[in-house]
Design a protein around this ligand. Structure first.
Ligand code: DQA
Length: 145
């Protein structure tokens, strides 16, 4: 059974209480439960990982191939716009990686318009709330089929 690594970046542990006007009421647990349903239907295993620490995310990505993951679904959150280290980890691991965002980063503040991850990701899905994750996972299912 193929395994997909789902990475949630900084402050996503606060979903449900954080800037609800932008991110809504959905909690991280809700998102993970939803992804688990999609994965089960597709005969896929997922592991979810949330960290507020850049180096921990870099480590997790770096180990992903050795740990047997076939692909990565990542919401790098604020690190999207700042992290050369996460970008380099995605490039180094050579696993199909899909970047997702709950909000439409291109419709928000200018500093959010640039993603350092997008050029090394297979693609980016942004602006569909929880559905960004679902669409991202569905894209991965197609990619690794
Ligand atoms: C986010 C968008 C980022 O700009 C922001 O820093 C986040 C969440 C999103 O999912 O919309 O933390 O990645």
């Amino acid at each position: 059974m193929s395994k997909v690594l789902v990475i949630h970046g900084p402050n996503l542990n606060l979903l449900g209480q954080r800037e609800k006007d932008i991110y809504g009421d959905t909690t991280l647990e809700d998102i993970n439960a939803c992804l688990n349903e999609v994965a089960t239907d597709a005969d896929l295993e997922i592991e979810t990982f949330q960290s507020n620490h850049e180096g921990d995310i870099v480590d997790k990505i770096g180990q992903a191939k050795k740990e047997g993951f076939a692909a990565i679904l990542i919401n790098p959150a604020a690190y999207t716009h700042t992290s050369v280290a996460i970008r380099d980890a995605v490039a180094a691991v050579e696993l199909p990686t899909v970047e997702v965002h709950l909000s439409n980063i291109h419709a928000r503040e200018e500093f959010r318009h640039k993603s350092l991850i997008a050029p090394v990701a297979y693609g980016q899905i942004s602006g569909f709330g929880v559905d960004s994750y679902v669409l991202g996972l569905e894209a991965i299912i197609g990619l690794i089929a």
